[in-house]
Design a protein around this ligand. Structure first.
Ligand code: AMP
Ligand code: MG
Length: 354
């Protein structure tokens, strides 16, 4: 069935004069079963009333998202988790106290209140209380839990600005609330609390180091999450993610060796007639004589890298490069989430710098 094009309204929620009206308009759309893209501290979400099956179905259609990839349900207050789950353990309670509002999604046993389409038929549900004020105001005004995946076309880099959302979904959704750029820049950490030990299913905005302080038995899989044996994977992990049009090669190794290897790779790809782009640290950027150089952030500043990552991947795509050479980043804190996204964008194409 061909989808009808709708007119996508964009409202600036940053402007204090507009804020109340913009939130009220967005909340009314959610209540009527429509789709609203809204800012969160991680990335922009594409929201629908989580209790309205038909509305949730239209999220999958707008994004081209496979039906077996479950959605995260967003709430505006800790207490709102209770009707959505069949049990809420002491551990979950403690984590909610320490990490909510914030970029942590907890996977918990689902209650009958949540339609199957939200969880892709699983007996668990991912729930998050976002830290972004506009997001919480919207959910609270709508008066319902809001199911929301990232507001991009499935497979492309997640959106960290209203412009990214518009680029991907204009004509397919009712409204975009423009709340400026996202602070964290990578999606939430997805934490499974249903198994015998807690497991990070997807690294993200809440560093594993922070979770380990409260969960000493936390399992944090290696970078290539999809291939770790015996670990319950996030259902969405099998899909191609964050993939730029160009081939992305991730260059791993000690910092000095990485720069030298990238310089050699640039020369050899250019000699073969390729247009070459580099995703570089600020420290190394000036040393690359590539066709395009995009700076991700300072070498020792994973937070900055996380914030710029998805915009950088989109910029690299727009540059029309054939090959993208990406420096590996430090894996502490948010660096682990950044490397996970780069690894996925590379499809496992890694050059070991020696
Ligand atoms: P996105 O909303 O696009 O950031 O994707 C949501 C992520 O959360 C995907 O990787 C899902 O697989 C994961 N997720 C959501 N709900 C569950 C659940 N019940 N169990 C495991 N993973 C989940
Ligand atoms: Mg997504």
């Amino acid at each position: 069935m061909k989808q009808e094009e709708t007119t996508t309204l964009v409202l600036d929620v940053k402007d204090p004069q507009n804020r109340k009206e913009a939130i009220a308009t967005a909340a009314a759309i959610l209540q009527k079963g429509g789709l609203v893209a809204f800012p969160t501290e991680t990335v922009y979400g594409l929201g629908a009333n989580a209790l309205n099956e038909k509305a949730v179905k239209s999220i999958f259609a707008a994004k081209g998202r496979p039906a077996d990839n479950p959605l995260i349900v967003h709430i505006s207050d800790r207490e709102e988790v209770l009707p959505l789950v069949s049990s809420f353990s002491m551990t979950a309670r403690l984590l909610a106290e320490k990490f909510w509002p914030g970029p942590l999604t907890m996977v918990l046993p689902v209650s009958d209140a949540v339609p199957k389409i939200v969880t892709a038929g699983l007996d668990t549900v991912g729930i998050r209380l976002p830290a972004n004020d506009y997001a919480r105001e919207l959910i609270s005004a709508a008066g319902v839990p809001v199911a929301a995946p990232s507001a991009n076309v499935s497979g492309s880099p997640s959106p960290t600005s209203a412009e990214h959302v518009y680029h991907d979904l204009a004509g397919k959704i009712d409204l975009i609330l423009d709340g400026g750029s996202c602070e964290v820049g990578v999606e939430s950490t997805v934490l499974d609390l249903v198994g015998s030990v807690p497991v990070v299913l997807r690294p993200g905005g809440t560093p594993a180091e922070d979770l380990l302080r409260y969960l000493p038995d936390l399992v944090v899989p290696g970078l290539d999450v999809a291939e770790v044996e015996g670990i319950p994977r996030a259902p969405g992990m099998k899909y191609r993610h964050y993939a730029p049009q160009a081939r992305l090669l991730l260059v791993a190794g000690a910092p000095e060796k990485v720069a030298a290897t990238i310089r050699k790779e640039i020369a050899s790809w250019q000699a073969r007639g390729s247009k070459v782009a580099v995703l570089a640290s600020r420290e190394n950027a000036a040393g690359y004589k590539a066709d395009v150089v995009v700076v991700l952030g300072g070498r020792e500043r994973p937070q900055e890298a996380a914030q710029h990552l998805f915009a950088a991947l989109r910029e690299l795509d727009d540059s029309g490069a054939d090959i993208i050479l990406a420096e590996s980043t430090d894996q502490s804190g948010l660096g682990y989430a950044v490397m996970n996204r780069l690894w996925k964008a590379s499809g496992g194409d890694i050059i070991q710098a020696r």
